[in-house]
Design a protein around this ligand. Sequence first.
Ligand code: SF4
Length: 237
Amino acid sequence: MSVPIRIPAKTLGSMALRDFCPRCFWIRMHVQDKLPYQIFPGIFSSIDSYGKRLVEGWFDRHGSPPSWLSSLGDIKAYRPPPHFSKFNVFDQDSSVRLTGAPDGILVRGDNSHVIVDYKTAKYTETQDELFPMYEVQLNAYAYIGNTCGLRPVTGLALVYTEPVTDSSSCCDDANMTKDGFNLRFSISVLPVALKPEAIPRMMRNAREILDLNGPPNGLKGCENCARLRQLITIASR
Ligand code: SF4
């Protein structure tokens, strides 16, 4: 049996991206997903977490969801999302432990669950190029949820929070305060199709890549790979 490995839901989702590179995936996972020079501004996760706390606070005070979640149907409550140490599933076939940390879990009138993920991003009618990754990420949550206390999961959705920065907002005196300014966010809820049955196949695909004795070929013409070779040459002088 292969050595067990932990794969977070979003990392599994990266395999669905149009420019997925098996070489990058192999390298990433063989250094425990800790690549150098990775700087990600924390402000986005702060805004995502603020949105989540706003929804929970609204539920606590009013006993119902905010109106902008109405497209999700009959929602009667929320459940605090579990930590990834409690929200994971081990797949015997691939020897992969799939982990997740959903942003929000909503409970429908029939006691089934809707899992939501908050994304601070511009929402456009044209497809977000990261959507295939989010789609797998949410379905991985559904797959885990169905074995970790959320059965049945009957809905998935992305909740896009987009800052309103148009000229009229900039000219609105109400947005200027004594000690700073207000920035409004608009919400777009995008339902995601439920297909958790695809997740075990993706775990097996990940395992096939990770079991290779060395990194597979990368994407043709990738400039970053050329830079990486340059770095290695310089570092080995
Ligand atoms: S080809 Fe590009 S994406 Fe693939 S391993 Fe190299 S740097 Fe990463």
